[in-house]
Design a protein around this ligand. Structure first.
Ligand code: WAQ
Ligand code: MG
Length: 259
């Protein structure tokens, strides 16, 4: 894999002007690509932003840049789908899971309010599990995890093996959760989409794996966000550098030795 050079390809789209001028966030995306495939990666991201349930963008930026650093290989998280009958049950389950990772109840309660308060940002917010404070100071931008991907061939084998939807959305979420949880300062992640038609979200951590929850919000709701919970984070710059700049490929080893 490392003989070939890879490029980071990124997209962000907004409506009523660019994000930095207060536009509504529509869509974002990040991929890794070889030089030969850049046009396909850019096209996939273009499609993603142009046909989005949050609306048609009037601003989009798609860019690529060469990655100089070696790409780190990481394993996907173990996956579980928790089917729930209602949003209330889904949210209650997400609380339980977050508590299992050591986050105090009152901090979870505070964080739940952030999920709607910061639903228009294009990145994630970082919350300290002792104070419950948002500590990223990235305002309406948040922290956008980048430079990560999962080669389709390997992902498709994984999806078939675990009977998971072979969808770009699931892949992107798994890649992000795997990358974030790999950092020792990460305690857990809570996520549900800001796309009105997509109501499955998850809680993820190194300990719990990727715990999908089939209902975390109501259909039609455009509020969604991501929270990265951290504990005792001293080296902020290196944490952010890891999330934004460290190139990562998820690679499933489980297909080795099978027919
Ligand atoms: N880095 C940081 N935050 C991000 C990133 C990123 N690369 N991508 C998205 N976010 C934040 C941002 O605030 C979005 O508004 C929010 O997360 C939701 O993003 O069935 O589709 O892409 O297993 O709308 C999870 C369940 C789906 C998938 C999540 O999120 C499954 C989803 P969306
Ligand atoms: Mg979205």
């Amino acid at each position: 894999m490392q003989e070939e050079k890879y490029y980071s390809v990124r997209m962000r789209a907004a409506k009523n002007g660019p994000h930095e001028h207060g536009g509504k966030h529509i869509s974002g995306g990040e991929m890794l690509s070889t030089y030969r495939d850049i046009k396909y990666a850019m096209n996939a991201l273009l499609e993603k932003g142009l046909t989005h349930s949050r609306g048609n963008p009037d601003f989009m930026q798609v860019q690529f840049e060469l990655i100089e650093e070696p790409i780190k290989l990481i394993q996907p998280l173990p996956i579980k789908t928790n089917k729930v009958a209602s949003v209330e049950m889904g949210q209650a389950l997400s609380w339980e899971l977050l508590e299992k990772t050591g986050i105090p109840r009152k901090i979870i309660e505070k964080s739940y309010k952030y999920m709607t308060e910061y639903s228009n940002i294009r990145g994630a917010i970082v919350v300290d599990i002792q104070s419950g404070d948002r500590i990223d100071h990235r305002h309406e931008k948040g922290v956008r995890v980048s430079r990560m991907d999962w080669l389709n061939n390997n992902f498709e084998k994984w999806a078939a093996y675990y009977k998971m939807p072979n969808s770009p959305r699931v892949k992107e979420a798994l890649v992000l959760a795997a990358k974030v949880s790999e950092h020792p300062a990460s305690v857990a992640e809570l996520c549900w989409s800001d796309d009105p038609e997509y109501i499955t979200g998850y809680v993820a951590s190194k300990k719990l794996g990727y715990q999908r929850i089939t209902k975390l919000k109501e259909h039609g709701d455009e509020q969604g966000c991501r929270i990265f919970f951290v504990e005792g984070l001293k080296e902020w710059d290196s944490y952010i550098h890891y999330l934004e700049k460290q190139p990562v490929f998820v690679q499933w080893e489980g297909d080795k030795g099978e027919s």
